[in-house]
Design a protein around this ligand. Structure first.
Ligand code: ATP
Ligand code: MG
Length: 423
């Protein structure tokens, strides 16, 4: 019988890669906890209607990419294609607003979209993100952008670009939409099929079409920024000034849009030149209309989501993490020696050391080779002779320096040993 393989668009994160994931997770926890963001863990599947309302039926995600199925109770269920809708649902359902002030939330976990798999694009992928709910202040926009750049910088990624735009208010966009449709309609036949379809459903999304001819046409289209009202203009200027004050470089990209009515003001993306076609690592913005759209009271909010696969591709290019290695590698041969080696191993682990126990009972030479490969800082050796004398041989791998010491003494000198561990 043939072996079963992982589904297309999914992949195993193997031990050699997992150190990168752990390093991103640990850094995110550290950066976010310093900003006093709380982690939230919404369910992986939700009612399909949540995403239809929370992402919008005119988007690619809802229109083409969702994993939707009917469960045994005849409900329409969808695997989350992103987190924001679920987080906002949780905010409303659990009355997190009742705690007063703003809610600062972050999340991490898998999301699912039916897409054509390629480097940095999968069907099960992972996101880290944050939502700041309850403030319309431009400082909130800048706080979340600054925390995204903090995270990326703490991971050692420096050559990333921040694209910034404002999509104004719903009213600003209404005016702009008319102007855009008026400009594009004469070119209708030349647009790519997706864009032609969007001309009536969601014309703003045409601005970020990847099609060459469409891009040429769009180049001379009216500029969204010229349609911002006074309030929007002021918000956008404040965001830019604060970014400058914080020393965060950005460039304005008037074609960076989110097409739906509940998006307002700031939109941004963080990109890397080192990722090929899937250049966007992080995307976000303000969504003042979403909480209301999902049945809550009108509440402003801003947030972003970052694709972990793309981030990890970048870290791997820079070789920014290395797997952990043991402090001690424990070698033993003979029944009694192997038993007492297991006991010693457990005692050292209880003292906080990372200890790998060789189970093979094979020749000492073979076990020493494996100890070398494990990159352990030191080896502990137990044979018949050590059992007779109640000792253990301690060998430092870097210097080959070797000592026989009583087992009880080894445990008593744990502080001194800890100092010598290379981590
Ligand atoms: P793209 O234009 O690359 O499809 P998007 O606009 O659909 O991105 P968002 O919904 O803004 O993406 O999600 C935020 C981030 O999640 C993206 O910037 C990207 O890093 C990551 N992401 C989105 N879809 C995938 C996917 N299928 N596989 C891996 N990462 C993804
Ligand atoms: Mg997409």
């Amino acid at each position: 019988m043939g072996a079963i393989q992982a589904l297309r668009g999914t992949r195993d994160i193997l031990p050699e890669e997992v150190c990168y994931w752990q390093s991103v997770e640990a850094t995110a926890r550290d950066v976010f906890s310093r900003a006093v963001y709380q982690e939230i863990r919404p369910p992986i599947f939700e009612q399909t209607a949540l995403f239809e309302r929370g992402i919008g039926e005119a988007t690619d995600v809802v229109g083409k990419e969702m994993y939707t199925f009917t469960d045994r109770g005849d409900r329409s269920i969808t695997l989350r294609p992103e987190f924001t809708a679920g987080v906002v649902r949780a905010y409303i359902e659990n009355k997190l607003f009742a705690q007063g002030g703003v809610q600062r939330l972050w999340y991490i976990g898998p999301a699912f979209r039916y897409e054509r798999p390629q480097a940095g694009r999968q069907r099960q992928f992972h996101q880290i993100g944050m939502e700041l709910i309850g403030s319309s202040d431009p400082r909130a926009d800048v706080e979340v952008i600054a925390l995204a750049t903090d995270l990326l910088q703490s991971l050692g990624l420096k050559s990333l670009k921040l694209d910034l735009n404002s999509v104004g208010t719903g009213e600003d966009r209404q005016n702009y939409r008319s102007a855009l449709v008026e400009y594009l309609t004469p070119y209708q036949e030349e647009l790519d099929p997706d864009s032609r379809d969007r001309l009536t459903r969601n014309p703003l999304r045409i601005l970020d079409s990847k099609d060459k001819r469409t891009q040429e046409i769009v180049k001379d289209a009216p500029n969204l920024l010229d349609y911002l009202g006074d309030t929007s203009q002021k918000h956008f200027e404040q965001v830019q000034q604060l970014l400058k004050d914080l020393g965060i470089a950005y460039q304005i990209n008037p074609r960076l849009v989110r097409g739906l009515d509940y998006y307002t003001h700031t939109a941004f993306e963080i990109q890397s030149d080192d990722l090929g076609a899937q250049a966007t690592v992080c995307g976000g913005g303000r969504y003042d209309g979403l909480v209301e759209q999902l049945g809550g009271a009108s509440t402003p909010a801003v947030g972003w989501a970052l694709g972990m696969e793309r981030l990890i591709l970048l870290l791997q290019q820079l070789q920014m993490a290395s797997p952990s290695h043991p402090d001690f590698y424990v070698i033993s041969k003979g029944d009694r020696a192997q038993n007492s080696a297991l006991i010693l191993t457990q005692k050292l682990r209880a003292l906080g050391f990372r200890v790998e126990f060789d189970l093979s009972g094979s020749a000492f030479g073979k076990q020493f080779k494996r100890a070398d490969r494990s990159n352990a800082t030191a080896c502990l050796v137990l044979g018949e002779a050590e059992i007779e004398s109640g000792t253990v041989k301690l060998k430092w791998m870097a210097t080959q320096e070797e000592d026989a010491i009583a087992q009880s003494q080894l445990l008593a000198m744990s502080d001194e040993l800890r100092q010598r561990m290379v981590r």
